[in-house]
Write a protein that binds this ligand. Structure first.
Ligand SMILES: Cc1cc2nc3c(=O)[nH]c(=O)nc-3n(C[C@H](O)[C@H](O)[C@H](O)COP(=O)(O)OP(=O)(O)OC[C@H]3O[C@@H](n4cnc5c(N)ncnc54)[C@H](O)[C@@H]3O)c2cc1C
Length: 443
């Protein structure tokens, strides 16, 4: 189910005068952060301009993937996966979580060799990732045998239903006393002597000791208004849901031109890996050099389009005052049109690779805007210029799986608990202190 401006508002807590922590954004990152804070007895308010999980967090493929992750992200993802598993029983709601594995099928020896390079990382973390022979891939994908050289497979990887999972966690958060307010844009942070002392929302001020910005594709704009440079670009990705389908494979798989994920409703979520689109706008030029290494290594996955970045096109303003309507109130739920070109490529990809799925009706098509950083890994950090303001953003196309793990990281950071993981890679300052960009494995 895809949310839009017309979706009913279901989380409507009254705004308190003050809480310990305010979280901006009710996607998987904001809700997970709030969940761990509430579990620790800390009072928390999550504000979303639109709906809980209205943007990326309900639109994604639903892969919970350790396979081929950036080595610095991997320990957090491993933690996240077990948290997803325990959450599904702890919150007592079905979120479709099941460990059915992730497979990257390889068409050529070169592809196989490229995948194999990641095995060392897997071994260092005792993962069950393995290389498969052609026959083993055919044993997993029960459609058109004989087309694969082999593949890489991680049986312990998982899937869940995104549009169910994040709202279910939000309900559980409310049951623990966390407050959630949909249709409530945060215009800016409230400052006293340069120190954060709360937020200014469209419905009034809320005092807080700390604020976490988990605004996904909007975080750059929010930070720009504060004069903080956060280089993040957005990329449109198109997805479909098929009608109920023969069960050819139970997990998530990248099979040549298409990626599939078995759904709880008996269909498949399908996408085409090569049709993510970045719409060139002022930010593309502003950040061009920083993004060069990532663009070079992701050239296969991202197409450049003219016509303006979708967010920038809608939002000509980069600065506003607290008493002015902010851009966040003008677009409640970012709901881009799916790309016709991507839909055609998906159909062609299914015809070529998975004939048993090729003629299935596409029952629903949608798109989401992915927030991508220059090195394709997120920012999880306190903003040096604004003590008390934290950023958790730029999850670059793989934030659903890592969501609960990142939520735990952020909750610990905000309350000043020592970090369990090495977070050096995720500093905001890496974009400004001369650090060399080391792109992660891609979207
Ligand atoms: C098509 C697609 C497929 C993907 N597939 C996968 C996958 O299979 N596996 C995976 O791990 N990841 C996947 N991802 C990535 C994953 O969905 C995201 O990384 C993750 O959902 C990001 O969560 P978030 O909470 O940071 O952002 P979002 O879910 O985008 O949430 C941000 C929220 O902040 C709100 N907001 C912003 N500014 C304000 C403001 N000023 N005031 C109030 N509210 C505000 C927005 O309304 C929004 O609801 C995919 C993404 C897409 C789009």
């Amino acid at each position: 189910m895809i949310y839009s401006d017309q979706s009913p508002i279901t989380f409507q807590d009254d705004l308190p005068e003050s809480v310990d922590i305010v979280i901006i954004g009710a996607g998987v990152i904001g809700i997970s952060t709030a969940w761990f804070l509430a579990r620790a007895g800390i009072s928390v308010l999550v504000c979303d301009k639109g709906r809980v999980a209205g943007e990326q967090s309900s639109r994604n493929w639903g892969w919970i993937r350790q396979q081929a992750r950036d080595p610095d992200e991997l320990p957090i993802v491993i933690d996240s996966l077990s948290t997803w598993e325990s959450l599904s029983s702890e919150i007592g709601e079905d979120i479709g979580f099941t460990r059915q594995g992730v497979l990257y099928a390889a068409k050529t020896d070169e592809e196989l060799a490229a995948h194999e390079k990641w095995l060392d990382t897997a071994r260092q973390h005792q993962l069950d990732t393995k290389m498969l022979s052609a026959a083993e891939v055919d044993g997993l994908i029960k459609d058109k045998p004989g087309q694969w050289k082999g593949g890489m497979y991680t049986p312990s990887d998982a899937r869940a239903e995104p549009w169910k999972a994040v709202p279910a966690l939000a309900k559980a958060l409310q049951a623990r006393g966390g407050l959630i307010r949909e249709g409530c844009a945060v215009r800016s942070v409230d400052l006293q002597g340069g120190k954060v002392c709360g937020v200014v929302t469209e419905h009034g001020r809320v005092a807080a000791q700390s604020v976490v910005c988990a605004g996904g594709a909007w975080s750059t704009l929010f930070m720009a208004n504060l004069g903080v440079n956060l280089p993040q670009l957005s990329v449109r990705a198109t997805v479909v849901r098929t009608a109920p389908a023969p069960d050819i494979y139970a997990g998530g798989a990248s099979v040549g031109e298409v990626a599939i994920r078995r759904r709880q409703d008996g269909g498949y979520t399908v996408a085409s890996g090569s049709t993510n689109e970045h719409f060139i706008g002022a930010d593309s030029f502003r950040h061009f050099f920083r993004f060069m290494p990532a663009l070079a290594s992701s050239a296969r996955f991202i197409r450049l389009r003219f016509g303006g970045n979708l967010i920038e096109r809608m939002l000509p303003v980069r600065r506003w005052r607290d008493d002015q309507v902010s851009p966040f109130e003008r677009t409640r739920v970012l709901n881009p049109e799916p790309s016709e070109n991507a839909l055609k490529r998906m159909r062609a990809g299914l015809q070529k690779r998975l004939p048993k799925l090729a003629e299935l009706p596409f029952e629903e098509a949608w798109a989401g805007m992915i927030d991508v950083t220059p090195d394709v890994v997120p920012v999880m950090d306190e903003v040096a210029d604004y003590p008390g303001l934290y950023l958790a953003t730029g999850f670059s196309g793989h934030g659903f799986g890592i969501g609960p793990g990142a939520g735990r990281v952020m909750a610990d950071m905000v309350v000043g608990k020592p970090a369990v993981h090495d977070l050096h890679r995720f500093r905001l300052a890496r974009f400004s202190d001369g650090s060399k960009m080391k792109p992660g494995p891609g979207l």
